[in-house]
Design a protein around this ligand. Sequence first.
Ligand SMILES: C[S@@+](CC[C@H](N)C(=O)[O-])C[C@H]1O[C@@H](n2cnc3c(N)ncnc32)[C@H](O)[C@@H]1O
Length: 451
Amino acid sequence: MLDSILACPRCDNALTPTDGGHACGGCQVDFPSIAGIPFLFAEPSAALGEWRARLHMETRRLDHEVRLIEAALDAPDLRDSTRRRLTLMQHAYRDHNERLLALLEPLGLVELEANIESYLALRTRLPGDQGLVTYYPNVHRDWSWGERENEASADLVTDMLDQPLGKMLVLGAGPARLACDLHDRLTPELTVALDFNPMFMLLAQRLLRGETVELYEFPIAPSSIENSAVLRTLQAEAPVTGEFELVIADAARAPFLNGSFDTIITPWVTDILPSDIAETAARINHLLRDDGQWVNFGSLAFDNADPGKRYSREEVVEIVAAQGFTTPHVDETRIPYMCSPASRHGRQETVVTFAARKTKQAKRTARYEALPNWLVKGDAPVPLSDSLRMQATSTRIHAFVMSLIDGKRSIKDMAKLMEAQQLMTQHEAVPTIRTFLIKMLEASGRGVGPP
Ligand SMILES: C[S@@+](CC[C@H](N)C(=O)[O-])C[C@H]1O[C@@H](n2cnc3c(N)ncnc32)[C@H](O)[C@@H]1O
């Protein structure tokens, strides 16, 4: 059933299944499958390269942490309890590294020719703030200790539905527990769980087949030494039945034909996508059939450089209604969030759930492009925006301060030189240099820490 609704993330036309995955005849691009999961980025080779690089970075980070621990273990007069904690962490980081590599092994098995130019031209670069382990704690909440939280989430979404799920898409599904719970409870005709992070999709694939996977949890505030790194057994209650599909792709270019879904769920994702919510709403509108339902669930914490786009709930309701939906029906409920039993950290979150039905076709939005023209083509002037101007000035000052560090000069000596260079007065320079050097000192002393 999935094949009949897949579309090319470059041109939106239907894809043809091939031996290794799918192909777009018009764009002449082959899209691979990773362990059988369609990998549908507009430029698959570059996206694969990026995820491999992210995996590599994560394994390097874990190696680095192991080396720091080795050095810490050599310290004289080490307390027994400190030694116990360090030894546990050292073993956990090493073991975790191997487990991660094993889980993501299918990423390395696909051969594709990288083509960075076309990647840039398509402007589909993955956001830099979304690493392989950015939402790693979700894995353990979803598939180990989070029964209460998971049930509360599935209840809230279920309560907002006002028609059968039909064909359901879950965008930004993470490790796919909510998608799985809704699928089990409400037996849709088809469930498609989409996320751009292959780690989540590969993990979900194994769990939904009924396998168990062991991965470490590294709680933010461990409640004991033993809880600093806990090897959790991740498991679904039973293998998934019925039509449940996983897709690795960018939600901003969701690779499906228009009108493919009866229901779209967006859990904890619309406020982190780089597109404006109006564009996201229009894209969701196109993916839904007439009268299809959209349920958005999670926080509404829009973090945008433009204050005009840090939307409140009231604004979101208006924006969604203006994109061919009924005025969303909204619920706000307080639920526990990320309360790991191994951590002292955990919160209560007032989650916003809204539901709206498609009433008419929204206007077409431009295809999502991550990078502006002046960056891609390189022949237009780099705009001197206020934020770039501010960054240029502070970078110049920081570079100058760094160049003054010679093991001899004091902060006051540096401040005099800053004044001589007409960068700022000595009076202003002393606290500025001090603040900057505090940051440098903290950065040099800070470990990389758990994911
Ligand atoms: C805050 S997590 C929420 C995960 C899950 N929906 C949940 O409720 O636990 C955000 C998820 O969106 C995914 N994500 C972020 N940007 C995405 C994009 N552009 N395309 C696809 N997935 C994306 C992340 O990988 C992550 O799994």
